[in-house]
Design a binder for this molecule. Structure first.
Ligand code: GLN
Length: 485
Protein backbone atom coordinates (compact mmCIF):
# COMPACT_ATOMS: atom_id res chain seq x y z
CA UNK A 1 0.00 0.00 0.00
CA UNK A 2 1.36 3.44 -0.83
CA UNK A 3 2.53 5.14 2.29
CA UNK A 4 3.05 8.82 1.67
CA UNK A 5 2.81 11.41 4.38
CA UNK A 6 1.08 13.84 2.06
CA UNK A 7 0.63 14.79 -1.60
CA UNK A 8 3.97 16.61 -1.61
CA UNK A 9 5.79 13.41 -0.58
CA UNK A 10 3.87 11.44 -3.19
CA UNK A 11 4.97 13.86 -5.90
CA UNK A 12 8.58 13.60 -4.74
CA UNK A 13 8.35 9.81 -4.93
CA UNK A 14 6.87 10.04 -8.43
CA UNK A 15 9.62 12.36 -9.63
CA UNK A 16 12.27 10.04 -8.21
CA UNK A 17 10.55 7.10 -9.94
CA UNK A 18 10.10 5.37 -6.59
CA UNK A 19 6.49 4.78 -7.53
CA UNK A 20 4.08 5.46 -10.37
CA UNK A 21 0.41 6.37 -10.65
CA UNK A 22 -0.61 2.98 -12.07
CA UNK A 23 0.79 1.06 -9.09
CA UNK A 24 -0.76 3.52 -6.69
CA UNK A 25 -4.20 3.28 -8.29
CA UNK A 26 -3.95 -0.51 -8.36
CA UNK A 27 -3.12 -0.47 -4.66
CA UNK A 28 -6.15 1.63 -3.89
CA UNK A 29 -8.43 -0.56 -6.01
CA UNK A 30 -7.17 -3.62 -4.12
CA UNK A 31 -7.69 -1.95 -0.79
CA UNK A 32 -11.22 -0.80 -1.70
CA UNK A 33 -11.99 -4.40 -2.64
CA UNK A 34 -10.58 -5.87 0.58
CA UNK A 35 -12.50 -3.31 2.67
CA UNK A 36 -15.83 -3.77 0.91
CA UNK A 37 -17.62 -4.46 4.19
CA UNK A 38 -17.10 -0.78 5.14
CA UNK A 39 -19.54 0.10 2.32
CA UNK A 40 -17.79 3.43 1.76
CA UNK A 41 -18.18 3.45 -2.02
CA UNK A 42 -21.32 3.49 -4.13
CA UNK A 43 -19.32 2.99 -7.30
CA UNK A 44 -15.64 2.50 -8.08
CA UNK A 45 -14.36 3.87 -11.39
CA UNK A 46 -11.55 1.33 -11.50
CA UNK A 47 -10.99 1.00 -15.23
CA UNK A 48 -10.98 4.67 -16.10
CA UNK A 49 -8.86 5.52 -13.06
CA UNK A 50 -6.25 3.10 -14.37
CA UNK A 51 -6.43 4.56 -17.88
CA UNK A 52 -5.86 8.03 -16.43
CA UNK A 53 -3.00 6.75 -14.25
CA UNK A 54 -1.26 5.27 -17.30
CA UNK A 55 -1.69 8.52 -19.20
CA UNK A 56 -0.13 10.44 -16.34
CA UNK A 57 2.78 7.99 -16.10
CA UNK A 58 3.42 8.53 -19.80
CA UNK A 59 3.09 12.29 -19.43
CA UNK A 60 5.78 12.37 -16.72
CA UNK A 61 8.15 10.53 -19.03
CA UNK A 62 7.95 13.43 -21.50
CA UNK A 63 9.41 15.65 -18.78
CA UNK A 64 6.23 17.72 -18.43
CA UNK A 65 5.98 19.56 -15.10
CA UNK A 66 3.56 18.00 -12.62
CA UNK A 67 0.27 19.77 -12.25
CA UNK A 68 -0.85 20.54 -8.69
CA UNK A 69 -2.85 17.33 -8.24
CA UNK A 70 -0.95 15.07 -10.62
CA UNK A 71 -2.09 11.51 -9.92
CA UNK A 72 -3.80 12.42 -6.65
CA UNK A 73 -6.48 9.81 -6.02
CA UNK A 74 -9.71 11.46 -4.92
CA UNK A 75 -13.19 10.09 -4.11
CA UNK A 76 -16.35 12.19 -4.33
CA UNK A 77 -19.59 12.12 -2.34
CA UNK A 78 -22.63 10.82 -4.22
CA UNK A 79 -24.18 14.30 -4.30
CA UNK A 80 -21.51 15.79 -6.55
CA UNK A 81 -21.94 15.57 -10.31
CA UNK A 82 -19.28 14.04 -12.54
CA UNK A 83 -20.15 14.00 -16.23
CA UNK A 84 -21.27 10.61 -17.57
CA UNK A 85 -21.18 9.05 -14.09
CA UNK A 86 -24.08 8.10 -11.91
CA UNK A 87 -25.12 10.43 -9.11
CA UNK A 88 -28.01 9.49 -6.84
CA UNK A 89 -27.74 11.40 -3.52
CA UNK A 90 -28.03 7.89 -1.99
CA UNK A 91 -31.73 8.03 -2.86
CA UNK A 92 -34.06 5.71 -4.68
CA UNK A 93 -35.60 8.75 -6.35
CA UNK A 94 -32.44 9.26 -8.41
CA UNK A 95 -31.94 5.58 -9.19
CA UNK A 96 -30.07 5.21 -12.48
CA UNK A 97 -29.52 8.94 -13.00
CA UNK A 98 -26.36 9.92 -14.89
CA UNK A 99 -24.78 13.38 -14.65
CA UNK A 100 -24.79 15.35 -17.86
CA UNK A 101 -22.12 17.75 -16.63
CA UNK A 102 -19.35 17.92 -14.02
CA UNK A 103 -19.48 20.05 -10.89
CA UNK A 104 -17.06 22.97 -11.06
CA UNK A 105 -15.19 21.48 -8.09
CA UNK A 106 -14.71 18.17 -9.90
CA UNK A 107 -13.71 19.88 -13.15
CA UNK A 108 -11.05 21.88 -11.32
CA UNK A 109 -9.64 18.70 -9.76
CA UNK A 110 -9.54 17.03 -13.18
CA UNK A 111 -7.90 20.10 -14.74
CA UNK A 112 -5.03 19.65 -12.27
CA UNK A 113 -4.70 15.95 -13.18
CA UNK A 114 -6.40 14.39 -10.17
CA UNK A 115 -7.75 10.85 -10.59
CA UNK A 116 -11.36 10.36 -9.46
CA UNK A 117 -11.52 6.82 -8.06
CA UNK A 118 -15.22 6.58 -7.24
CA UNK A 119 -18.33 7.97 -5.62
CA UNK A 120 -18.99 7.60 -1.91
CA UNK A 121 -21.97 6.55 0.14
CA UNK A 122 -23.76 9.20 2.23
CA UNK A 123 -27.05 10.01 3.93
CA UNK A 124 -29.90 10.51 1.48
CA UNK A 125 -29.73 14.07 0.08
CA UNK A 126 -27.04 14.76 2.73
CA UNK A 127 -29.64 14.68 5.51
CA UNK A 128 -28.33 12.91 8.57
CA UNK A 129 -25.50 12.54 11.05
CA UNK A 130 -24.73 8.83 10.88
CA UNK A 131 -25.01 7.65 7.28
CA UNK A 132 -27.91 5.44 8.40
CA UNK A 133 -30.28 7.15 5.93
CA UNK A 134 -28.75 5.77 2.74
CA UNK A 135 -30.50 3.60 0.16
CA UNK A 136 -27.15 1.74 -0.05
CA UNK A 137 -27.11 0.84 3.64
CA UNK A 138 -24.80 1.79 6.49
CA UNK A 139 -21.15 2.75 6.22
CA UNK A 140 -18.97 1.29 8.98
CA UNK A 141 -16.42 3.30 10.96
CA UNK A 142 -13.03 1.71 10.25
CA UNK A 143 -11.84 2.47 13.80
CA UNK A 144 -14.63 0.28 15.20
CA UNK A 145 -17.08 -1.36 12.83
CA UNK A 146 -19.87 -1.33 15.41
CA UNK A 147 -19.83 2.48 15.29
CA UNK A 148 -21.25 4.93 12.77
CA UNK A 149 -18.81 6.94 10.66
CA UNK A 150 -20.87 10.10 11.15
CA UNK A 151 -22.76 11.83 8.42
CA UNK A 152 -23.88 12.82 6.11
CA UNK A 153 -20.57 12.38 4.24
CA UNK A 154 -19.82 9.07 6.01
CA UNK A 155 -18.49 7.20 2.97
CA UNK A 156 -16.13 10.01 1.99
CA UNK A 157 -14.75 10.13 5.53
CA UNK A 158 -14.20 6.38 5.78
CA UNK A 159 -12.59 6.31 2.31
CA UNK A 160 -9.82 8.55 3.69
CA UNK A 161 -9.77 7.01 7.17
CA UNK A 162 -9.30 3.48 5.81
CA UNK A 163 -6.71 4.56 3.23
CA UNK A 164 -8.92 3.89 0.21
CA UNK A 165 -7.96 7.20 -1.46
CA UNK A 166 -5.72 10.19 -0.72
CA UNK A 167 -8.46 12.75 -0.16
CA UNK A 168 -12.18 13.04 -0.74
CA UNK A 169 -14.96 15.54 -1.24
CA UNK A 170 -18.01 15.83 0.97
CA UNK A 171 -20.64 18.49 1.44
CA UNK A 172 -21.31 20.36 4.66
CA UNK A 173 -24.68 22.02 5.24
CA UNK A 174 -24.68 21.66 9.01
CA UNK A 175 -21.56 19.67 9.85
CA UNK A 176 -21.48 16.85 7.34
CA UNK A 177 -17.76 17.15 6.72
CA UNK A 178 -16.52 18.21 10.16
CA UNK A 179 -18.55 15.70 12.19
CA UNK A 180 -17.61 12.55 10.22
CA UNK A 181 -13.98 13.76 10.23
CA UNK A 182 -14.28 14.00 14.02
CA UNK A 183 -15.79 10.50 14.33
CA UNK A 184 -13.18 8.98 12.00
CA UNK A 185 -10.04 10.75 13.22
CA UNK A 186 -9.14 12.69 10.08
CA UNK A 187 -9.05 16.29 8.86
CA UNK A 188 -12.34 17.73 7.54
CA UNK A 189 -12.75 21.31 6.37
CA UNK A 190 -15.84 23.29 5.47
CA UNK A 191 -14.65 26.45 3.76
CA UNK A 192 -16.38 29.83 3.88
CA UNK A 193 -19.81 29.75 2.25
CA UNK A 194 -19.19 30.40 -1.43
CA UNK A 195 -15.48 29.54 -1.36
CA UNK A 196 -16.07 26.52 -3.60
CA UNK A 197 -18.72 26.78 -6.30
CA UNK A 198 -21.91 24.81 -5.62
CA UNK A 199 -22.49 24.25 -9.33
CA UNK A 200 -23.04 20.53 -9.71
CA UNK A 201 -23.64 19.90 -6.01
CA UNK A 202 -27.13 18.47 -5.51
CA UNK A 203 -28.87 21.06 -3.36
CA UNK A 204 -30.08 20.39 0.17
CA UNK A 205 -30.26 23.93 1.64
CA UNK A 206 -28.70 26.33 -0.82
CA UNK A 207 -27.83 29.16 1.57
CA UNK A 208 -25.96 26.68 3.81
CA UNK A 209 -24.46 24.11 1.41
CA UNK A 210 -20.73 24.06 0.86
CA UNK A 211 -18.39 21.46 -0.60
CA UNK A 212 -15.71 20.38 1.87
CA UNK A 213 -12.59 18.23 1.93
CA UNK A 214 -11.43 15.18 3.89
CA UNK A 215 -7.72 14.44 4.12
CA UNK A 216 -5.04 13.04 6.36
CA UNK A 217 -3.14 16.29 6.64
CA UNK A 218 -3.91 20.00 6.74
CA UNK A 219 -1.46 20.47 3.87
CA UNK A 220 -3.42 18.22 1.54
CA UNK A 221 -6.75 19.85 2.42
CA UNK A 222 -5.20 23.26 1.76
CA UNK A 223 -3.94 22.18 -1.65
CA UNK A 224 -7.31 20.82 -2.78
CA UNK A 225 -9.05 23.90 -1.45
CA UNK A 226 -6.71 26.15 -3.36
CA UNK A 227 -7.40 24.24 -6.57
CA UNK A 228 -11.19 24.21 -6.22
CA UNK A 229 -11.81 27.72 -4.88
CA UNK A 230 -12.59 30.79 -6.96
CA UNK A 231 -15.29 32.58 -8.87
CA UNK A 232 -17.57 30.62 -11.14
CA UNK A 233 -19.94 31.91 -13.80
CA UNK A 234 -22.34 29.12 -12.87
CA UNK A 235 -22.69 30.05 -9.19
CA UNK A 236 -23.36 33.69 -8.39
CA UNK A 237 -22.73 33.04 -4.68
CA UNK A 238 -19.17 31.83 -5.31
CA UNK A 239 -16.57 34.17 -3.83
CA UNK A 240 -14.69 36.11 -6.43
CA UNK A 241 -11.29 36.21 -4.77
CA UNK A 242 -9.37 33.81 -7.00
CA UNK A 243 -5.78 33.74 -5.93
CA UNK A 244 -6.14 32.14 -2.58
CA UNK A 245 -2.83 30.56 -1.71
CA UNK A 246 -1.72 28.17 0.94
CA UNK A 247 1.44 29.41 2.62
CA UNK A 248 3.00 28.43 5.86
CA UNK A 249 6.33 29.84 6.91
CA UNK A 250 8.39 30.10 10.04
CA UNK A 251 7.01 33.45 10.94
CA UNK A 252 3.54 31.93 11.18
CA UNK A 253 4.87 28.96 13.09
CA UNK A 254 5.84 31.26 15.95
CA UNK A 255 2.70 33.32 15.82
CA UNK A 256 0.79 33.73 19.08
CA UNK A 257 -2.92 33.47 18.41
CA UNK A 258 -5.86 35.23 20.04
CA UNK A 259 -8.32 32.41 20.56
CA UNK A 260 -11.81 32.47 22.05
CA UNK A 261 -14.00 29.65 23.26
CA UNK A 262 -17.67 29.72 24.15
CA UNK A 263 -18.43 29.18 27.83
CA UNK A 264 -21.85 27.67 27.05
CA UNK A 265 -20.31 25.24 24.56
CA UNK A 266 -17.75 23.77 26.91
CA UNK A 267 -20.12 23.63 29.84
CA UNK A 268 -23.06 22.24 27.91
CA UNK A 269 -24.75 19.28 29.68
CA UNK A 270 -24.69 17.20 26.49
CA UNK A 271 -20.89 17.34 26.20
CA UNK A 272 -19.01 14.17 27.08
CA UNK A 273 -16.94 14.75 30.21
CA UNK A 274 -13.73 13.46 28.75
CA UNK A 275 -14.01 15.56 25.59
CA UNK A 276 -14.53 18.59 27.77
CA UNK A 277 -11.55 17.79 30.00
CA UNK A 278 -9.26 17.21 27.04
CA UNK A 279 -10.21 20.52 25.44
CA UNK A 280 -9.86 22.41 28.74
CA UNK A 281 -6.47 20.85 29.23
CA UNK A 282 -5.44 21.84 25.70
CA UNK A 283 -6.56 25.39 26.51
CA UNK A 284 -4.29 25.44 29.57
CA UNK A 285 -1.37 24.25 27.49
CA UNK A 286 -2.03 26.83 24.77
CA UNK A 287 -2.10 29.56 27.42
CA UNK A 288 1.14 28.42 28.97
CA UNK A 289 2.70 28.46 25.50
CA UNK A 290 1.87 32.15 25.18
CA UNK A 291 -1.37 32.12 23.21
CA UNK A 292 -4.21 34.26 24.44
CA UNK A 293 -7.20 32.01 25.10
CA UNK A 294 -10.33 33.68 26.42
CA UNK A 295 -13.68 32.37 27.57
CA UNK A 296 -16.55 34.36 26.04
CA UNK A 297 -20.32 34.23 26.44
CA UNK A 298 -22.46 32.72 23.75
CA UNK A 299 -25.98 32.85 25.07
CA UNK A 300 -27.50 31.99 21.69
CA UNK A 301 -26.16 28.43 21.70
CA UNK A 302 -29.49 26.78 22.45
CA UNK A 303 -31.10 28.52 19.47
CA UNK A 304 -28.69 27.33 16.80
CA UNK A 305 -30.10 23.82 16.27
CA UNK A 306 -33.78 24.94 16.07
CA UNK A 307 -32.87 27.82 13.71
CA UNK A 308 -30.83 25.45 11.54
CA UNK A 309 -33.60 22.84 11.27
CA UNK A 310 -36.29 25.42 10.48
CA UNK A 311 -34.28 27.17 7.77
CA UNK A 312 -32.67 24.14 6.14
CA UNK A 313 -35.88 22.13 5.98
CA UNK A 314 -37.66 25.16 4.46
CA UNK A 315 -34.98 25.39 1.76
CA UNK A 316 -35.01 21.62 1.29
CA UNK A 317 -38.78 21.51 0.79
CA UNK A 318 -38.34 23.93 -2.07
CA UNK A 319 -35.15 22.41 -3.54
CA UNK A 320 -36.50 18.87 -3.52
CA UNK A 321 -39.76 19.78 -5.24
CA UNK A 322 -37.99 19.14 -8.57
CA UNK A 323 -37.96 15.40 -7.86
CA UNK A 324 -41.42 14.68 -9.16
CA UNK A 325 -40.95 11.58 -11.30
CA UNK A 326 -41.78 13.48 -14.47
CA UNK A 327 -38.44 14.46 -15.92
CA UNK A 328 -35.94 12.05 -14.42
CA UNK A 329 -35.34 9.56 -11.67
CA UNK A 330 -37.72 7.12 -10.07
CA UNK A 331 -41.34 6.98 -11.23
CA UNK A 332 -44.02 5.03 -9.38
CA UNK A 333 -45.56 2.02 -11.11
CA UNK A 334 -48.68 2.02 -8.94
CA UNK A 335 -52.03 2.54 -10.57
CA UNK A 336 -52.45 6.29 -10.65
CA UNK A 337 -55.71 8.29 -10.47
CA UNK A 338 -54.48 11.75 -11.39
CA UNK A 339 -51.39 13.97 -11.38
CA UNK A 340 -51.47 14.64 -7.62
CA UNK A 341 -51.78 10.93 -6.98
CA UNK A 342 -48.81 10.36 -9.30
CA UNK A 343 -46.64 12.82 -7.35
CA UNK A 344 -47.76 11.32 -4.04
CA UNK A 345 -46.86 7.78 -5.02
CA UNK A 346 -43.59 8.71 -6.68
CA UNK A 347 -42.35 10.86 -3.83
CA UNK A 348 -43.59 8.54 -1.03
CA UNK A 349 -41.89 5.57 -2.65
CA UNK A 350 -38.79 7.43 -3.88
CA UNK A 351 -37.80 9.38 -0.76
CA UNK A 352 -36.74 7.76 2.51
CA UNK A 353 -38.28 8.53 5.89
CA UNK A 354 -35.87 11.25 7.02
CA UNK A 355 -36.09 13.16 3.74
CA UNK A 356 -39.90 13.00 3.88
CA UNK A 357 -39.84 14.23 7.47
CA UNK A 358 -37.75 17.24 6.49
CA UNK A 359 -39.83 18.10 3.42
CA UNK A 360 -42.96 18.08 5.57
CA UNK A 361 -41.34 20.13 8.33
CA UNK A 362 -40.04 22.63 5.79
CA UNK A 363 -43.40 22.93 4.08
CA UNK A 364 -45.02 23.49 7.46
CA UNK A 365 -42.68 26.29 8.59
CA UNK A 366 -43.20 28.06 5.26
CA UNK A 367 -46.98 27.78 5.31
CA UNK A 368 -48.95 31.02 5.53
CA UNK A 369 -50.17 30.57 9.09
CA UNK A 370 -46.79 29.63 10.58
CA UNK A 371 -44.28 31.54 8.45
CA UNK A 372 -43.79 34.36 10.94
CA UNK A 373 -43.77 32.10 13.98
CA UNK A 374 -41.02 29.84 12.65
CA UNK A 375 -39.32 30.90 9.44
CA UNK A 376 -39.07 34.64 10.15
CA UNK A 377 -37.96 33.99 13.74
CA UNK A 378 -35.25 31.64 12.59
CA UNK A 379 -34.05 34.23 10.08
CA UNK A 380 -33.82 36.72 12.94
CA UNK A 381 -31.70 34.28 14.94
CA UNK A 382 -29.47 33.87 11.90
CA UNK A 383 -28.99 37.65 11.75
CA UNK A 384 -28.14 37.83 15.47
CA UNK A 385 -25.57 35.09 15.02
CA UNK A 386 -23.98 36.86 12.08
CA UNK A 387 -23.73 40.12 14.04
CA UNK A 388 -22.23 38.23 16.94
CA UNK A 389 -19.51 36.70 14.75
CA UNK A 390 -18.48 40.09 13.46
CA UNK A 391 -17.96 41.27 17.03
CA UNK A 392 -16.01 38.13 17.95
CA UNK A 393 -13.60 38.23 15.02
CA UNK A 394 -12.91 41.89 15.54
CA UNK A 395 -11.13 40.74 18.70
CA UNK A 396 -10.02 37.16 18.08
CA UNK A 397 -8.25 35.20 15.35
CA UNK A 398 -10.17 32.00 15.97
CA UNK A 399 -12.84 30.25 18.01
CA UNK A 400 -12.28 26.70 19.22
CA UNK A 401 -14.95 24.26 20.31
CA UNK A 402 -15.75 20.56 20.24
CA UNK A 403 -16.90 19.19 16.87
CA UNK A 404 -19.48 16.87 18.38
CA UNK A 405 -20.71 16.34 21.97
CA UNK A 406 -19.70 12.65 21.91
CA UNK A 407 -17.53 10.23 19.99
CA UNK A 408 -19.10 8.08 17.24
CA UNK A 409 -22.47 6.54 18.18
CA UNK A 410 -23.32 2.87 18.00
CA UNK A 411 -25.59 1.91 15.10
CA UNK A 412 -29.26 2.49 15.93
CA UNK A 413 -28.44 4.53 19.03
CA UNK A 414 -30.33 7.62 17.87
CA UNK A 415 -32.40 6.46 14.91
CA UNK A 416 -35.64 6.24 16.89
CA UNK A 417 -35.30 9.78 18.22
CA UNK A 418 -34.75 12.34 15.45
CA UNK A 419 -34.64 15.23 17.92
CA UNK A 420 -31.78 13.64 19.86
CA UNK A 421 -29.99 13.13 16.55
CA UNK A 422 -30.53 16.79 15.57
CA UNK A 423 -29.32 18.08 18.94
CA UNK A 424 -25.97 16.38 18.40
CA UNK A 425 -25.35 18.99 15.65
CA UNK A 426 -25.10 21.70 18.31
CA UNK A 427 -21.45 22.59 17.64
CA UNK A 428 -21.34 22.43 13.86
CA UNK A 429 -24.42 24.27 12.55
CA UNK A 430 -23.19 27.66 13.77
CA UNK A 431 -20.57 27.87 11.00
CA UNK A 432 -23.21 27.15 8.34
CA UNK A 433 -25.75 29.60 9.77
CA UNK A 434 -23.10 32.33 9.61
CA UNK A 435 -21.10 31.18 6.56
CA UNK A 436 -17.84 30.92 8.53
CA UNK A 437 -15.09 28.47 7.60
CA UNK A 438 -14.65 25.60 10.05
CA UNK A 439 -12.39 22.60 10.37
CA UNK A 440 -12.16 19.49 12.54
CA UNK A 441 -8.63 18.29 13.24
CA UNK A 442 -7.89 14.90 14.84
CA UNK A 443 -6.09 15.87 18.03
CA UNK A 444 -7.52 13.45 20.56
CA UNK A 445 -8.34 9.88 21.40
CA UNK A 446 -11.02 8.92 23.93
CA UNK A 447 -10.58 6.23 26.58
CA UNK A 448 -13.31 4.33 24.69
CA UNK A 449 -10.57 4.17 22.01
CA UNK A 450 -12.47 6.28 19.46
CA UNK A 451 -10.82 9.37 17.98
CA UNK A 452 -12.25 12.85 18.31
CA UNK A 453 -11.30 16.23 16.96
CA UNK A 454 -11.07 19.87 17.82
CA UNK A 455 -13.20 22.27 15.80
CA UNK A 456 -11.77 25.64 14.82
CA UNK A 457 -13.57 28.51 13.14
CA UNK A 458 -12.16 31.77 11.83
CA UNK A 459 -13.66 34.91 10.26
CA UNK A 460 -15.35 34.66 6.88
CA UNK A 461 -12.84 34.15 4.04
CA UNK A 462 -9.96 33.68 6.50
CA UNK A 463 -9.13 30.09 5.57
CA UNK A 464 -5.47 31.00 5.70
CA UNK A 465 -5.52 31.58 9.47
CA UNK A 466 -7.77 28.55 9.88
CA UNK A 467 -5.30 26.30 8.11
CA UNK A 468 -2.18 27.81 9.63
CA UNK A 469 -3.54 27.48 13.15
CA UNK A 470 -4.68 23.92 12.38
CA UNK A 471 -1.24 23.00 11.09
CA UNK A 472 0.35 24.52 14.18
CA UNK A 473 -1.93 22.55 16.50
CA UNK A 474 -1.43 19.32 14.55
CA UNK A 475 2.33 19.71 14.80
CA UNK A 476 2.55 20.65 18.46
CA UNK A 477 -0.57 19.42 20.23
CA UNK A 478 -1.65 16.21 18.55
CA UNK A 479 -2.69 13.66 21.15
CA UNK A 480 -2.02 16.28 23.79
CA UNK A 481 -2.90 16.24 26.65
CA UNK A 482 -4.57 12.91 26.24
CA UNK A 483 -5.70 12.61 29.83
CA UNK A 484 -6.60 8.97 29.80
CA UNK A 485 -3.50 7.42 28.38
N1 GLN B 1 -26.34 16.44 10.52
C1 GLN B 1 -26.81 17.58 9.82
C2 GLN B 1 -28.18 17.32 9.26
O1 GLN B 1 -28.65 16.26 9.43
C3 GLN B 1 -25.84 17.99 8.78
C4 GLN B 1 -26.14 17.64 7.38
C5 GLN B 1 -25.18 18.20 6.38
O2 GLN B 1 -24.26 18.94 6.72
N2 GLN B 1 -25.40 17.87 5.13
O3 GLN B 1 -28.78 18.16 8.65
Amino acid sequence: MPDFKNIKDYHTALLQSKTNCTDVVNDYIGKIESNKQLNAFVEVFAEEALVKAKELDAKRKTGAALKKLHGVVVAIKDVICYKDHKVTAASKILEGFTSIYSATAVQRLLDEDAIIIGSCNCDEFAMGSTNENSVYGNVLNAADETKVPGGSSGGSAVAVQAGLCMASLGSDTGGSVRQPADFCGIVGIKPTYGRISRYGLIAYASSFDQIGIFSNTVDDAALLLEVMSGADDYDSTALTQRNWQWVINNEQADKKYRIAYFKEALHHPSLDKEIKENILSLIDKLKSDGHQVTEIDFDLLDFVVPAYYVLTTAEASSNLSRFDGVRYGYRSNSSIKDLTDFYKHTRSEGFGKEVQRRIMLGTFVLSAGYYDAYFSKAQQVRRLLTDKTKAIFAEYDAVILPTSPTTAFTFGEKTEDPIAMYLADIYTVFANLTGLPGISIPLFKHSNSMPFGLQIMTAKTDELTLLQLSEHLMQHYKMYPHLNN
